[in-house]
Design a protein. Structure first.
Length: 360
């Protein structure tokens, strides 16, 4: 593993084009890895990525990956294919970085973890927000009780849906598995569990009515007694902020601001807006070093961690055992869903909506 790592991209759609391509190109320049194979049923998507990776071979099926001496496969296909593709590659001894959500169901995710335990390869999950300097700093602040005891939180993410999907399957329950909760919520709930642990009580509601959820709300209670609320939407502009309150102060984070947080001290009329920096360790006294990495560079950091873990140089930051935690909570929410309040419905519409929401 001291040689350049050979990578296959499985799924050449928007995630690969917008995020993995620039990260992989940067790492190719530094000779950490080389993209050797591309797989996607859409030839136009493959052709577009081939322009960025001209040395890569187009493969027709996953069985061809092993003939290309691939070390690491990045699974960026639709979630309904994640488990099958991941398990097949792990059984071939190939390490896998699987995009979120790691699977459609907990049972599939458990099968992926079992396959990894029996493989010479490793399984990492693409919950890349854990690599943000901001989210790592928040984790440290909370673990050290710098806000005192947490009293409440409110996390929101939402806006008009603009992701460049390639088929209507993204909006069909049979193929997508879920809506905004499974898509964006998996990131949000992963951070929530990482920062605060798993909730002991959850009340969930959405507007699915037999289809997929476009809007949802989660109310959580934790073992230490505090509560929190989560709001997600694909058709409504929300604050897109995470707010955490404690007995000593508060903390705010704007969604996807990888290198910034805001903090305030309880009782003070002032607050701080922090641009995060690396620490300059070459000085006797504390000093700021270079600015910490940004959103795009977090993908690079994630891939570097996976490669280092493959080489036995680092601990994998998001293994399958971590990726499954938010999926368990999502599955529980869907299993105990309630119909979100929609006061504009007539009585007849509300009755039918309740029937559809309960599967009738």
């Amino acid at each position: 593993m001291n040689e350049t790592v050979k990578v296959a991209l499985v799924g050449c759609g928007a995630v690969s084009q917008l995020y993995y391509t620039p990260a992989l190109q940067e790492l190719e320049k530094n000779e950490l890895l080389q993209v050797k194979a591309l797989f996607d049923p859409n030839p136009d998507s493959v052709a577009q990525l081939n322009q960025s990776f001209p040395a890569a071979t187009t493969i027709k099926n996953l069985a061809e990956i092993s003939t290309n001496n691939i070390d690491l496969a990045i699974i960026a296909s639709p979630p309904r294919f994640h488990a099958e593709q991941t398990i097949k590659l792990l059984k071939s001894g190939i390490s896998v970085l699987c995009e979120k959500p790691m699977a459609d169901t907990v049972a599939e995710a458990e099968a992926m973890i079992e396959a990894a335990s029996e493989s010479s390869g490793i399984l990492a999950i693409g919950l890349f927000r854990r690599f943000f300097p901001a989210t790592q700093t928040i984790h440290q602040i909370l673990s050290r009780n710098m806000l005192g005891e947490v009293t409440s939180f409110y996390f929101s993410e939402g806006g008009y849906f603009q992701w460049p999907v390639q088929s209507p399957a993204y909006f069909q329950k049979s193929s997508a598995g879920g809506g905004v909760l499974l898509d964006i919520g998996v990131h949000l709930l992963d951070l929530t569990i990482w920062w605060m642990g798993e909730p002991v009580e959850v009340i969930y509601e959405d507007d699915a009515m037999g289809g997929i959820d476009v809007n949802c709300r989660i109310q959580c209670k934790f073992e230490r007694g505090f509560t929190g609320e989560v709001r997600l939407s694909r058709d409504c502009d929300l604050p897109n902020r995470y707010v955490i309150r404690g007995t000593k102060g508060w903390l705010c984070w704007d969604v996807n601001e990888a290198d910034k947080i805001q903090m305030g001290v309880e009782g003070s009329r002032f607050a701080i807006n922090v641009q995060l920096h690396e620490i300059d360790t070459q000085n006797l006294f504390p000093k700021l070093g270079q600015p910490s990495f940004n959103f795009e560079q977090s993908f690079t950091s994630q891939i570097c961690n996976v490669v280092a873990a493959m080489r036995g140089e680092e601990t994998l930051i998001v293994p399958g055992e971590e990726g499954i935690r938010s999926l368990r909570l999502i599955e529980s929410c869907y299993r105990h869903r309630n119909l979100m309040s929609m006061p504009w419905f007539s009585e007849a519409e509300l009755t039918r909506a309740q029937q559809l929401s309960s599967g009738g």
